[in-house]
Each structure stands twice: as C-alpha cells, then as structure tokens.
Design a protein around this ligand. Structure first.
Ligand code: FPP
Ligand code: MG
Length: 332
C-alpha cells in the first residue's frame, strides 16, 4: 500500500495537523528574554522549510502506535530535531558566507555574526532543555551523538576543501555525520520512546540512516543540476566552497576526466573563476557521474524502503514509503 503521489503536501497529509502545531510552537513559544533574539528566531522559523525531520518523527510515532494520539514527548522530539537542524544551518550559512536559504535572505545577511551565532546557540540550548524535559536517557544520548556528529562532519568537510584524494569512506562518513545522523535520530527516537521491540528499533534506524545518505546525495546532485530559483539557495555552491561531493568523486575515478578535473579544482582552490566552475559542471554533465550518483541514492532508498517492511500497514507507513521516493525525485 504505497501513496503514488510525489506531492510533498499530499504525502504529509496524515501528519499535517501535527506539523502545523509544531510550526506554531517554533514561531510563538521559543521566546528568549531578549526582544532582538526573539525577533530573529521568529523570522528564521517563519521562513519555512520542509520540516522533514519532524514529519519523520510524527509519521513513525503514528505508524508504531496507531492507537496513541501524538503526545507532548513526541512534540518535544520533533522540536529538538528541527531546532538542531535549523541551528546547524544558521551556523553553516555564516561559515559558508551564504546569503540565500529557503528562497529568503539568511540571518547572517540581515544581522551581524555575533547575534546570528547566538541565535543558533539558543536553538541548540533549547534542544538541550527539551531533552531534559523529555528525561529519556537513551534519547538524550542519541541527540548528543547527533550534535557531536554535526560538528565532526562539518569540520572534516572544512579540512578537506579542494582535496581531490578523498576516498569513499570519507564521503559516506562525512555525509552521515553532517546529514544522516540527525535524520536517523528523527526516525528512531519514537521507537526508542515507545520501547519497541529491538528489531523494530533497528528497522527505523536502517530506514533513517539510508534515507539520510540518499538525501545528501540528492543535495549534492542538485547543486550541479538545479537552479538557484528552484532550490531557494545558490546553485554551484559546493565546488565554489571547495566541497568535493559525490558526482565529483565518481568523475575523478574516471580516467577520461580525472586529470582535467584535478587541474580545474586546483585552479579553483587558488581563485574563484566562474568559467572554470561552469567547465567542471559541464564535465560532470557529460560524464556518467550524475547518473551514477543518482543510482547510488536509489539503492539507498531501496534499502530504506525494505527496512520498514516489518511495520504494519497504515496510512503513515505509506507516507514514509512515499517520502522515501520523494527524496529521490525532489528538486529542492
Ligand atoms: C549544510 O551543509 C550544513 C549541515 C548539514 C551541518 C552544519 C553543521 C555545523 C555548522 C556544526 C553545527 C554546530 C553545533 C554546535 C552542533 P552544506 O553547506 O553542504 O549545505 P547547504 O548547501 O544547504 O548550505
Ligand atoms: Mg552551506
């Protein structure tokens, strides 16, 4: 029983009410005493976003415990993952000196770095407060690990800028830490909270881990394949910043392109030349690198889908399956 539609709002219909409640909590209830900070946080959350991580938590909660209404602990978990996600993007936009996100000006483009960093810090702090309120040790450890992973993944990416001797272990480990770890936590936390059978917990984890990696791969592809207008953030940004993503890794493995690509990446590491950037993008489009990356993402999605066979049929399970397909076909 799989929802065939690829429209995100249709896929998320079974948890739209919960997402709306979460949105209102994020916009209206995270109120630091500083008015300036309060305004920034409200503007950031009003800028929207797919709310993918909370949606996963709500869908798993309802798929695992169909008879239980979504209760405060599940809202706390959803809020934790969106707070951590948003905070990491606020900090990331400062690191990347990025001025556009979700089609809107970033916080660092509107306010100075000091207050922008603190607004991200405040979100991390509120996530920690929520973990305290939840009071489930295993979930605290889960999200503490996510925070460590985010920092570790981000620093490894910074350290490897413009490096062309990266291996696949580096790519998958960095991608899991930067992106997969939080998505995995959002998927597995409800099963831990409901003290599900270990096999069920494991299947939620495998779903989240594979979905998270596929999500990052599609992000890497879109950076070369999409436009700033469609994505709501600048295109061709990864290589501009020196991030060697999966399409480049595949192309660098191909002897027909590797020498030329290494030369161009070396040139870009010395100075940003838009024509060189576009030449690299052309090489990737000519090569099979983007197709191979897409195939890899599809394999990961298939593993994710298979992992949740164990769950009983429900509208929410259908949405999880459709969401996995949506991740592959998304354009932003
Ligand atoms: C987006 O990467 C960034 C992330 C997914 C994570 C960034 C993590 C940090 C800044 C560390 C967080 C700090 C703490 C204290 C936990 P991207 O630049 O590749 O993607 P983008 O194109 O969406 O900007
Ligand atoms: Mg960035």
């Amino acid at each position: 029983m799989q929802v065939k539609s690829q429209n995100l709002s249709e896929i998320l219909l079974p948890v739209q009410a919960e997402i709306n409640t979460l949105d209102s909590r994020l916009i209206n209830e995270i109120s630091p005493s500083s008015r300036a900070l309060c305004t920034i946080l409200q503007e950031i959350f009003k800028a929207g976003g797919k709310r993918l991580r909370p949606a996963l938590t709500f869908l798993f909660a309802k798929a695992l415990e169909p008879s239980k209404p979504v209760s405060e602990p599940i809202y706390l978990i959803s809020e934790i993952s969106e707070l951590i996600h948003t905070a990491s993007l606020v900090h990331d936009d400062i690191i990347d000196n990025s001025f556009l996100r979700r089609g809107k000006p970033t916080a660092n483009s509107k306010w100075d770095n000091a207050i922008t960093v603190i607004s991200g810090d405040f979100m991390f702090a509120r996530a920690a407060v929520n973990l305290g309120k939840l009071g489930v040790n295993e979930i605290t450890s889960l999200f503490a690990q996510v925070l460590e992973d985010l920092c570790d993944g981000e620093i490894r990416q910074v350290e490897k800028k413009f490096s062309t001797d990266l291996d696949w272990d580096y790519y998958y480990s960095k991608s899991h830490k930067k992106t997969g770890s939080l998505i995995q936590a959002a998927c597995v936390a409800p099963a831990i909270y409901y003290q599900c059978d270990p096999a069920v917990i494991q299947s939620c984890l495998v779903f989240g881990k594979n979905l998270g990696l596929a999500f990052q791969i599609i992000d890497d592809i879109l950076d070369f394949n999409s436009t700033t207008e469609v994505m709501g953030k600048p295109a061709l940004c990864d290589l501009r910043e020196g991030n060697i993503t999966i399409p480049l890794l595949y192309a660098l493995e191909d002897s027909r392109y590797s020498v030329e690509l290494k030369q161009k990446i070396e040139l870009l590491s010395n100075s940003l030349d838009i024509s060189v950037l576009e030449e690299v993008s052309m090489i990737l489009k000519e090569s099979s690198a983007i197709d191979k990356s897409f195939q890899k993402a599809q394999e990961l999605i298939n593993t994710a889908i298979e992992a949740i066979n164990i769950l009983p049929e429900s509208l929410e399970k259908s949405s999880l399956l459709a969401l996995a397909d949506f991740i592959i076909s998304r354009d932003q």
